[in-house]
Every structure is written in structure tokens, then in C-alpha cells.
Write a protein that binds this ligand. Structure first.
Ligand SMILES: [Zn+2]
Length: 449
């Protein structure tokens, strides 16, 4: 018989301080323990694999521990803790509501509530997947849940809070468990690697954490799967091979080809990805994520949003430095459109290729738009100039007439041409706001004659 234990069980946290990413729950529960204000019913809700059942068991153990530590953790040494750790405690009753969801099962449970604990202070009932209980079972449970004997504590755990009837919800203290962040998961995996004497590349652990999608249990099962194949050394290549993840390298190359407007390289890269057996949709999503990562690298303030290993981080930074933000935004937009319309497209490959080619020509499209704008500017300027000249012409005509009349007058008064001074006039063109200081043209000979 093999004595291999999966990591999710082997490294199941025994204390609140070991639980990853649920500090808010642990903190509140510890405060309740410290002030001795422990509720009689709890509802732990949150996504799968984030530590709901683990926290329920830890709380059950602490409640019955004979000498809790000053941090309100279980001692793991007293007889209660030991029997609990050996799964031999009578004070903790676990019910899987997924398979025990009828009224009879709940009735059997409430029967057990009637008996006081043989040892310890509390009898803790943990009901997992509680949303699976039938309506009748919920109703049969209501009375016990509302007014249990002082030694009974119920901890309900569920992934789907919305399926639980309000009458149950209102009788419980509700704790929302969070998805575990990639950074937290990587730290935990690194810790396990150290304990197991496994050498792992940072990027490899990042991929595992990403693939686990916020669930520590998933991360640990992936980790087990990879270590069983790769042994004591986990490399990035082994992980992407094992998990059938598209290598980041492809996305870097594709972005380079897009920036260089090299459509041939682009099509060949995409073809290579398809020949490796990847789905075009996976590729589109991967490319969108890559472009988003490059975009968050453009600004120091958003750099923290980049969830990749250290060596990849540097590559992202380098690519972000040469990629214009306007390009990224347009490309992301195209990726998004491609993703939205993907299901409707009948020729999926062409659909993605079209999107890639459009992205490839973003630079040219932007330049074209600039040129168009310039031409438009020129046209506007030309029209203004034209209007201005027209006005000038009219103006000088008018001025000349004025001047001519003056000279005629003066010539009658002084009878000499030397008295005639050239007249100046400053005027503002109404259409171009340019000022003119103009001199009158020499009067026509005929008028002085
Ligand atoms: Zn103890």
C-alpha cells in the first residue's frame, strides 16, 4: 500500500495562522473567541478550495482545545486536539449535504444534537455543501439552528450562498471567503517545495497558481501532478507541457510581429500554435491577457497588477517600453471584438487571422488618420486665406475710393499735389483676424487733372 498523501491533505493548515489568504475570517473568529462571544451558527461561503472546511475544522478544534495558545490557536497537544487530529473525536460531526440532503438525514443529525458532549465543552456540527439540502430538509433544520443547546455549534459551508433560503441565512453569522491571490499561492507553493526538497522555477509556480484560478486545493493537485512526473525539479517548460498552457514566448513574438507590421511572421506564428493543438479561442484570450499585461506595465502605478514571475516581469517591462499605449488599446479592442464574435464565426481560424491582420495594420491606420487630419487642416487654412484675400481686395478698393475722394477735395483747396499725403489705415480682417496697415495706391491721374 502506498503511503503517498496528496499535498492538499498533507499540508492542510492546522492553525488559523497557516490558512492562506483568509486573514479577515481568522481575525474575526479569534476576536470572538477572545471575548467569548462565539455564535452558535456560522455560514462559511466562498469559491471552492479556499479553506472553508479547513477553517471550520480549525474552529471546531480550538473550541474544544483544553489549553489554547495566547493567540487563540489550538495547542495540538491536548487529548482533544490529538483525538481530533487522528479523526477520532466524537465532538465533531461532519455531514456532507451533497449526499445526505433529505429530511431523514437532518433528523438523524438533530437527534445527535440532543446528547451532550462526552468530553470537552462543545459539540460542533460541520455541514458541507449545505446548499444541496432539500427545502424540506432546510425547514426541518430551522428550529434546531435557531435555538440549539448551549454546547452545540453549527458551521455550514457552501460555495453557493444564493441557493440558501433567507430563513437559514438570518440565523447564521456569515463569513465570506476570498479567492486566494496568485502571490499568496506562489508563496505557499514555495514553502511546500522547501519542505519537500523540490527545486522549482518561479515562473513555473506562477503558471500553476494562475491555472488554479484562486483555489489553493486546485493549485496543490496540479502541483502533485507535476511533481509525480517531473520529480524534484519543476521547470517552466515541464509545467506548460503538462498543463497544456500556451507559452508566453509566443505572445511576445506575436506582439513583436504586430509592432513590426510583419504579417507573414504573424500568420506563421499563429499557424504554429494551431499545429501544436491549441484552440484559437485560447489563443485570443491569451493574447488579450498578454496585451493587458503590457499595458499595465506602461505605468509604474499599475505595475502591481502584473501577476507573473520575476524573469517574465522584466520581459514585459522591455516590451512595454517600445509599445505605444494607443496601439495596445486598439489591439485590445480588436481582441475583445474577436472574442465576442468568436462563437458566431463559422470559420474560426480566419476569424482570428482577420483580427490579427487588423492589429498588424494599426500603425498604418493611425498614420493614415494623421495624414487625413493634416489635409483637412490645410484645406481649412486655404479657405481662410482665400476669404482673407477676397476681403483685402474689397478693402483696398474701398480705401482707394476714399482716398481718391479726399485727394480730389484737397486738390480743389490747395491746388497743389505736394499737399497730398498718403493716408494710412489699420483694419482688421473679419475672417482671419489679421491686422493690415495699408497705404493707399497713388490716385488716378484723371482725378487730379
Ligand atoms: Zn489542544
Amino acid at each position: 500500500m502506498s503511503n503517498f498523501i496528496v499535498s492538499a491533505r498533507k499540508y492542510r493548515p492546522q492553525r488559523f495562522q497557516d490558512v492562506v489568504g483568509q486573514g479577515h475570517v481568522a481575525g474575526t473568529l479569534k476576536n470572538a473567541l477572545a471575548s467569548d462571544h462565539v455564535a452558535h451558527a456560522f455560514l462559511f461561503t466562498g469559491p471552492r478550495g479556499v479553506g472553508k472546511t479547513t477553517c471550520a475544522r480549525i474552529l471546531a478544534k480550538i473550541l474544544n482545545c483544553e489549553n489554547r495558545t495566547p493567540e487563540y490557536e489550538a495547542c495540538n497537544e491536548c487529548s482533544s486536539c490529538k483525538s481530533f487530529n487522528d479523526s477520532a473525536s466524537f465532538n465533531i460531526i461532519e455531514l456532507d449535504a451533497a449526499s445526505n440532503n433529505s429530511v431523514e438525514h437532518i433528523r438523524a443529525l438533530t437527534e445527535q444534537v440532543r446528547f451532550q458532549p462526552q468530553q470537552g465543552k462543545y459539540k460542533v456540527f460541520i455541514i458541507d455543501e449545505v446548499h444541496m439540502l432539500s427545502n424540506q430538509a432546510f425547514n426541518a433544520f430551522l428550529k434546531t439552528l435557531e435555538e440549539p443547546p448551549p454546547y452545540a455549534i453549527f458551521i455550514l459551508a457552501t460555495t453557493e450562498k444564493h441557493k440558501i433560503i433567507p430563513t437559514i441565512l438570518s440565523r447564521c453569522q456569515i463569513f465570506d471567503f476570498r479567492r486566494i491571490t496568485i502571490a499568496d499561492m506562489v508563496l505557499q507553493l514555495q514553502d511546500i517545495c522547501q519542505k519537500e526538497g523540490i527545486e522549482a522555477e518561479g515562473d513555473a509556480l506562477h503558471i500553476i497558481a494562475q491555472k488554479a484560478d484562486g483555489a489553493m486545493r486546485d493549485a496543490l493537485s496540479i502541483f502533485d501532478r507535476i511533481t509525480s512526473g517531473a520529480g524534484k525539479k519543476i521547470t517552466y517548460e515541464a509545467v506548460i507541457e503538462n498543463l497544456n498552457v500556451l507559452d508566453y514566448d509566443y505572445f511576445f513574438k506575436i506582439t513583436d510581429a504586430l509592432l513590426a507590421e510583419d504579417s507573414a511572421a504573424l500568420m506563421n506564428q499563429f499557424d504554429e500554435i494551431l499545429r501544436k493543438g491549441f484552440d484559437p479561442e485560447v489563443f485570443v484570450l491569451g493574447l488579450a491577457e498578454h496585451l493587458r499585461n503590457v499595458l499595465v506595465c506602461k505605468d509604474k502605478a499599475t505595475l502591481a497588477l502584473l501577476e507573473v514571475g520575476e524573469s517574465l516581469r522584466e520581459r514585459y517591462r522591455t516590451q512595454a517600453a517600445i509599445t505605444p499605449a494607443s496601439f495596445l488599446l486598439t489591439a485590445l479592442n480588436l481582441c475583445n471584438d474577436c472574442d465576442i464574435n468568436f462563437k458566431m464565426a463559422r470559420y474560426k481560424r480566419l476569424h482570428v487571422e482577420m483580427a490579427l491582420l487588423k492589429m498588424c495594420h494599426i500603425g498604418r491606420a493611425v498614420k493614415g488618420a494623421d495624414l487625413e487630419k493634416k489635409t483637412l487642416d490645410q484645406t481649412v487654412a486655404g479657405e481662410l486665406q482665400f476669404a482673407h484675400t477676397k476681403w483685402q481686395r474689397k478693402h483696398s478698393q474701398w480705401q482707394w475710393k476714399l482716398c481718391h475722394a479726399k485727394r480730389c477735395q484737397q486738390s480743389f483747396r490747395a491746388d497743389t499735389i505736394s499737399n497730398v499725403q498718403p493716408s494710412y489705415r489699420t483694419d482688421r480682417c473679419p475672417e482671419s483676424s489679421i491686422s493690415h496697415k495699408r497705404q493707399c495706391p497713388t490716385p488716378l491721374r484723371g482725378c487730379l487733372g
